[in-house]
Structure formats: structure tokens, C-alpha cells
Design a protein. Structure first.
Length: 311
């Protein structure tokens, strides 16, 4: 049990940071399906910066900047061009998949996987033997909850996701609030990706982040678009991931007889079951999961036909 708990804490930051990023964007009315691509960009540039400078802090900042760069593309297309947000997010994931593989070959002359980071370029063990990103991740949901529900900025951001027309009538820029939220979403997703090489794996591979951005997106939905709900959902999914690794390395006879493919698929199967409602009924997250009213709806400034956004 102590080993399982340690694994849960170690695997939590990447998915949790990305899930919080998804909550932030969707609370402002922008669907961020590009979390996987933003995590991949954050992981690569986080590794690259730490590898070149030897500083995990510079790696984390580079990862956040890379996530924000991808988020800026999403924000421009979704807010100004009013492009389909689902298609845009999927396109960003595909671009990140090819671009980071190309950059790994072009900048590091590596294919498949990079060299490992030296210990000094990764976050060291902090309090109770866990790396610093773990403790930052545990505090982040409460900080975001406070910002969204206890500040004027948070009230306006949530209002933009529910009734942007009312926000505009109060003289506040809907586009500006959505840009801030989407860029913040990219920074969090990029930080989540950077946590993979800087606090967990020590390298970047062609599979990074291996679908964890999609699990983070599931945590957003399963957590009902709330920071603390996403925290609980991310912990649930990470528990499945940690349990998979624990059972895979177990010496128990029945576990050794299970094909490795099942262990690899286990976290994703749990995610699909949760989204289908199987796990949702048995979870502590009671009630109907309803997204913000204007989530994914392009807003047309000055168009008074609808209280929402161009519906």
C-alpha cells in the first residue's frame, strides 16, 4: 500500500495540471481538446531547456511557454476566427505529434527517445521524499478554486462561460477574458507535460505523453468542470494507472498470468467506463455533469440575437 500511494503521488502532477487547464478554458467557454498536444509540446521544450541549462526551473518555464504558444493558436482560431473548437483541438494534437518528433531529430539528433537528464536537471526530492511538482500539484486545485469562486476575475471568467452577453453588457471584454483563460490553460497543460521529463521519466520519447492529455480531458468532464472535482477525478484515474504498474511488477501468481497488453490498457479502459457513466454512479461526485452553458459556442460581439453566443 505505501508503494501504491507513492506511485499515485508521483503520477498525479501531469494529469492534474492538464485537467486544471481544461477546467479553466472550459469555464470561460472554450473547449480545449488540444491538451494532449500542449502536454507534448511542454514535455519536449521542458526537456530541451533543462537539458541545455541544467535547471529544472527553466525547463518548467519553457514547458509552460510552449503550452501557451499552442494555446494562443487555439485561442485565435476559436475566439477571433470562430473556428470549430473540436476540430482545432484535434489538429493541434496532430501538429504536436509530428512537430516534436521532427524537432527531436533536428535539435537533438535522436529518434524514438532522447538521452536521460542528469539528476541536477530534474526536480530533486523535497518534503517526505516526493519531488516538488507533487506538492505544487496538490495545492493547485485549491488555488484555482479560490481564484474562480472567490475573486472578481473568477466571477467574470465563469460568467463568460455561462452568459457572455451579460458580461459584454457590463462593459467587460469577452474576448480578453477568454484569451486569458485559454493561455492559462495552455500554461498548465505545458507544465503538466514538463513534469514528465523533469519529475518522473527523465527523458522525452516519441510516445510522450502517451494519451495522458486525453485522460486529463476525461477528468475535466468526470470532475464536472470544477477544480476540486477534476482533482478527485484525476486522482481516481491516476490510481488506476499506479495500480496497473503495481500489479504488472507484482510477484503474485494470478497477476503474472495476465497479458501485459491488459495492464497497458487498464487505465484507458477505466477512463472509458467512467465517461460512460459506469464509474460515475459509484463515485463521490454526485449529481448531473453539466458543462457551462456557452462552452464551445463562438461569441459574436454585438449580436443581440441570443443571450449566449451566436446560438
Amino acid at each position: 500500500m505505501p508503494d501504491l500511494l507513492a506511485s499515485i503521488l508521483d503520477f498525479l502532477p501531469p494529469i492534474l495540471f492538464a485537467a486544471l487547464g481544461g477546467v479553466l478554458a472550459e469555464r470561460a467557454g472554450v473547449v480545449n481538446l488540444g491538451l494532449e498536444g500542449m502536454m507534448r509540446a511542454g514535455a519536449f521544450f521542458g526537456f530541451l531547456a533543462a537539458f541545455r541549462t541544467g535547471s529544472p526551473w527553466e525547463g518548467a518555464l519553457a514547458g509552460m511557454a510552449a503550452g501557451m504558444a499552442f494555446a494562443l493558436v487555439l485561442a485565435f482560431l476559436a475566439i477571433h476566427c470562430r473556428a470549430d473548437q473540436v476540430v482545432t483541438g484535434i489538429a493541434l494534437n496532430l501538429i504536436a505529434l509530428g512537430l516534436m518528433s521532427y524537432l527531436m531529430k533536428a535539435l537533438l539528433d535522436r529518434e524514438g527517445s532522447t538521452d536521460s537528464l542528469p539528476d541536477g536537471a530534474m526536480f530533486g526530492r523535497a518534503w517526505l521524499g516526493r519531488r516538488l511538482p507533487v506538492w505544487i500539484a496538490l495545492a493547485a486545485p485549491f488555488v484555482l478554486h479560490f481564484l474562480l469562486y472567490r475573486t472578481v476575475w473568477g466571477l467574470r471568467t465563469r460568467a463568460v462561460g455561462e452568459h457572455p452577453r451579460a458580461v459584454e453588457s457590463a462593459g467587460v471584454s469577452v474576448a480578453r477574458l477568454r484569451y486569458i483563460a485559454v493561455l492559462g490553460s495552455g500554461a498548465l497543460a505545458g507544465l503538466g507535460g514538463a513534469c514528465l521529463p523533469l519529475g518522473l521519466e527523465g527523458r522525452f520519447t516519441e510516445h510522450t505523453p502517451a494519451g495522458q492529455g486525453f485522460i486529463a480531458l476525461a477528468a475535466v468532464i468526470f470532475g464536472k468542470w470544477r477544480p476540486l472535482g477534476a482533482f478527485a477525478a484525476a486522482a481516481f484515474f491516476v490510481t488506476a494507472q499506479a495500480l496497473q504498474l503495481t500489479l504488472q511488477g507484482s510477484s503474485v501468481a494470478w497477476a503474472q498470468g495476465i497479458p501485459k497488453g491488459f495492464f497497458h490498457a487498464f487505465p484507458y479502459v477505466v477512463t472509458l467506463l467512467a465517461l460512460a457513466g459506469f464509474a460515475g454512479k459509484a463515485s463521490l461526485l454526485v449529481g448531473r455533469a453539466t458543462p457551462p452553458a456557452a462552452d464551445g459556442v463562438p461569441y459574436v460581439r454585438g449580436d443581440g440575437r441570443s443571450p449566449l453566443a451566436g446560438r
